[in-house]
Design a binder for this molecule. Structure first.
Ligand SMILES: Cc1ncc(COP(=O)(O)O)c(C=O)c1O
Length: 413
């Protein structure tokens, strides 16, 4: 960091000098390439995929998808990504759009439900109803969109409790949410029961499959037990699935899908009460980076069904190795019964924070939650799982007092 606030340099600096400086700074960033991180980047361990995505980044760096008709190549690829996702999750091919990430997809689902509740059900101030394990993007959407957020504790299995959700429904409930799976514990909420509660009362229901959307379909095809979570469940009216997570695209790519195109149209914005011409926009962004759209298209087409199945098998087998290894270490355990490739590790009698401190010293980056440590498995982790388990066993046997590092996710400058 330079001394004092940054100033625009009086003279521009040469590219090679800047690249050197950037590389120096970048060297201090989280090193996810070596498999020692368990969140933020999903490392597919696939150099050809990485290469083609970098080429896409170069070709589309400067394009703007604000007006899709000026960049028909991007429009075509966005429509194809949406149609492929719709086919995977079971809705109409034109009933969705691409967004910048899970948070934007969730914002749009909340906005559509808020406006739908007002227009169709006459609810002036609709409520959003979620379990406590729903991603903070819902709380954020509620805040930004001025919707009351009703939060319900989860059941003993870490999953949303249908009885508790049903009891929290009011005349003002505009949207109920279930996660497939939730971030903290990797468990899938009972979507059928929850969406049934919503459907019986004419309430919209959102499945947050930001994490699971691009992995669970393959998980199921591998023969793993996957409770129903997508549009095959009758009451599900919208669904978010991030291509920049287990779809292995680079950042800035999610899809938001609806049961019908009519619901999607609730997110469209048209405006001509200014002198600049009709302004039409399908998502929250104005100027829209094109590269993530093309990147998502490329990742999906490069991997294809066979590639996603191959990745899913590696993730599934590696998750099993992590879980078996953790089960063999006396004093720590995986919480609840995770349905996918992420989970929380905790301990009844040991100081899990102190164990994490030892893991930190050994170069691992485990995310601290209130109840334990969070792990999310990517294909690359197959290469480090034995090393990780050996270090974890060491940390369990040789930790001192916890340094008291806080449970954090995200950050504010
Ligand atoms: C279950 C779930 N929903 C939503 C999100 C938000 O996604 P994003 O960080 O892309 O906005 C995440 C992010 O990890 C998530 O795990």
């Amino acid at each position: 960091m330079s001394d004092g606030p940054a100033r625009i340099p009086a003279q521009g600096r040469p590219a090679d000098e800047l690249l050197r400086l950037i590389d120096e700074r970048h060297a201090a960033d989280l090193d996810w390439r070596g498999g020692k991180a368990f969140s933020l980047v999903y490392n597919p361990d696939d150099s050809e995929l990485e290469h083609v995505l970098e080429e896409v980044g170069k070709r589309y760096l400067h394009e703007n998808a604000l007006n899709p008709f000026k960049v028909p190549s991007v429009l075509e690829m966005e429509l194809e990504v949406v149609a492929m996702a719709a086919d995977l999750f079971g809705t109409a091919p034109n009933a969705g759009s691409m967004t910048s990430g899970g948070t934007e997809s969730i914002f749009l689902a909340v906005q559509v439900a808020r406006d739908h509740s007002r227009a169709q059900r006459g609810i002036a101030e609709p409520q959003l109803l979620t379990a406590q394990t729903a991603h903070p993007a819902f709380a954020k959407a509620a805040k930004y969109l001025d919707v009351e957020h009703v939060l319900v504790p989860v059941g003993d299995d870490g999953r949303a409790d249908p009885a508790a959700i049903a009891a929290a429904v009011t005349d003002r409930t505009g949207l109920i949410v279930g996660s497939a799976p939730c971030y903290p514990y990797g468990v899938i909420d009972p979507i059928e029961a929850l969406a049934g509660i919503a459907a019986e009362r004419g309430i919209l229901f959102h499945t947050d499959a930001c994490l699971g959307g691009w992995l669970l379909p393959w998980w199921e095809r591998l023969g793993e037990p996957v409770p129903p979570w997508d549009f095959r469940v009758a009451g599900v009216t919208s669904l978010s699935a991030d291509v920049h997570k287990y779809g292995y695209a680079f950042k800035g790519a999610s899809v938001i899908l609806y049961r019908s195109r009519e619901l999607l149209q609730g997110q469209h914005f048209w405006y001509d009460d200014w002198p600049g011409g009709l302004y039409a926009s399908g998502t929250t962004a104005g100027t829209r980076p094109a590269a993530p759209i093309v990147g998502a298209w490329t990742a999906i087409n490069h991997l294809g069904v066979d590639g996603y199945l191959r990745m899913a098998e590696v993730v599934r087998d590696t998750t099993r190795r992590f879980r078996d290894g953790i089960a063999a270490i006396d004093g720590i355990e995986v919480h609840f019964e995770p349905d996918m490739s992420l989970f929380e590790i905790g301990s009844e009698r040991l100081d899990i924070g102190a164990i994490a401190d030892v893991m930190d010293q050994r170069g691992w980056n485990l995310d601290r939650q209130q109840g334990g440590l969070h792990l999310m498995v990517s294909p690359y982790h197959a290469k480090v799982v034995d090393h990780f388990l050996a270090d974890l066993a060491f940390a369990v046997a040789n930790h001192g007092e916890s340094a008291g590092k806080a449970a954090t996710y995200g950050g504010v400058l």
